[in-house]
Design a protein around this ligand. Structure first.
Ligand code: FAS
Ligand code: PHB
Length: 394
């Protein structure tokens, strides 16, 4: 087989890249290790920045999200038992975010790719990438017991944190930065009405909590839990009663509990691999970086990586110019580190750390009080949360 581009991974990064390349007439095959059902079954991100919405509308995959997505112009910070609204729109000249689950974005991208008759090979196993630092890159994989090879011009590593692409880069050619947080997020999805019309981020001495949503009838909640916790040990009843203990009295009263339709514990880490390009191999999304989900940046960072990558590959394939691909890594990393900083800072502010002591909680509360009283303090949260402009710092 032959393709201009081989994309490894059919998560949001791979599917978004495939649609952007298709729109420009660049052919790409996507190889995905799992089945479509498995990919859709992973419950992850929930908040889309305007930059991400713009990219989805550029490829015409935004009809359902504008029908079903929930526009949010603010969120609450809850600390010392009181809620303080961060007025995103008022603090950023009218910017907002869209609450629309990653699962739905992935579903829409899958449907668009299928409607265009584009090739995605699911359950492609034992993927190997070859000669990406040479002149004849190729990708090998197994499917239905047969071994296949695709020769190509470029390989896009959209295969997430545990993928094969970054792992195939020689250690001497890559620098990895990592910080692992001493806690995880226990997430529950439930067909219950959200506790509040906007998201509530909670700093409590019992630990962080987040009240999010997927629709007016489906909610997503998270609790900070020790890394040693196992999801099997958390009954729904235990989850709801712990969440109530971290909420303010009004929200605790308002909370509607119900059976969990998904329950999982995700570890939290900050991670960046530099550079993001190795010859004809380009890393994008979680394959290159991970942020703690507190700032809702993971999916949005992946979208901007892929926008930059599609621009670069289109320029290389159509205009035969190397400029874009030569600039890809530095262009992404400037934005990646800004999102890493905000996600680390917001995580450090909102979570209870084992070694922080009582003074640690008091210092976090003092910082939160300052940030919610000071207009410039609130603005720094708001402008990072809605997403810094693509030309920030230019
Ligand atoms: P993904 O990991 O989504 O997709 C990679 C794809 O590559 C997968 O389908 C995988 O099966 C495939 N793959 C891997 N290895 C392969 C191989 N060898 N061969 C072929 N295919 C291979 N972000 C937020 O903004 N908010 C959140 O609340 C949030 N929660 C998260 C919870 C969890 C448990 C995780 C892991 C991430 C979370 N994220 C969150 C971040 C998440 O949304 C990512 O940013 C987003 O999935 C990035 O998309 P991709 O880069 O496509 O990576
Ligand atoms: C979610 O709805 O899954 C979500 C929302 C905001 C975050 C993290 C996760 O910061």
């Amino acid at each position: 087989m032959r393709s201009q581009v081989v994309i490894v991974g059919a998560g949001p990064s791979g599917l978004l890249l495939g649609q952007l390349l298709y729109r420009a007439g660049v052919d790409a095959i996507i190889l995905e290790r799992q089945s479509p059902e498995y990919v859709l079954g992973r419950i992850r991100a929930g908040v889309l920045e305007q930059v991400t919405l713009n990219i989805l509308s550029e490829i015409g995959v935004d009809e359902r999200l504008h029908k079903e997505g929930l526009v949010h112009t603010g969120f609450d910070l809850l600390f010392k038992g009181k809620r303080h609204r961060i007025d995103l729109a008022g603090l950023t000249g009218g910017q907002k975010v869209m609450v629309y689950g990653q699962t739905e974005v992935t579903r829409d991208l899958m449907a668009a790719r299928q409607a265009a008759g584009l090739k995605t090979i699911y359950e492609a196993t034992d993927v190997e990438i070859h000669d990406f630092d040479g002149k004849h890159p190729s990708v090998r994989f197994s499917k239905d017991g047969q071994r296949h090879t695709i020769t190509c011009d470029f390989i896009a590593g959209c295969d997430g944190f545990h993928g094969v692409c970054r792992a195939s880069v020689p250690k001497r050619s890559i620098k990895e930065y990592e910080k692992i947080y001493p806690f995880g997020w226990l997430g529950v999805l439930s067909d219950t009405p959200p506790v509040h019309e906007e998201l509530i981020y909670v700093n409590s001495s019992r630990g962080f909590a987040l009240c999010s949503q997927r629709s007016h009838t489906r909610s997503r909640y998270y609790l900070q839990v020790p890394l040693t916790d196992q999801v099997e040990k958390w009954s729904d009843t235990a989850f709801w009663s712990e969440l109530r203990l971290r909420l303010d009295p009004a929200a605790s009263e308002q909370l509607v509990s119900g059976p969990s339709i998904e329950k999982s514990i995700a570890p939290l880490r900050s991670f960046v691999a530099e550079p993001m390009r190795f010859g004809s191999l380009f890393l994008a999304g979680d394959a290159a970086h991970i942020v703690p989900p507190t700032g809702a940046k993971g999916l949005n960072l992946a979208a901007t990586d892929v926008k930059y990558l599609s621009d670069a590959l289109i320029e290389a394939c159509i205009e035969k110019s190397q400029a874009g691909i030569d600039h890809y890594s530095s262009r992404c990393l400037a934005r990646v580190w800004r999102a890493e900083r905000f996600s680390w800072w917001f995580t450090s502010l909102m979570h209870s750390f084992p070694d922080q002591g009582e003074i640690g909680q008091k210092l976090q509360e003092a910082e939160l009080e300052y940030l919610t009283i000071s207009p410039s303090g609130s603005r720094t949260i708001a402008e990072n949360y809605v997403g810094l402009p693509l030309n920030f710092g230019d």
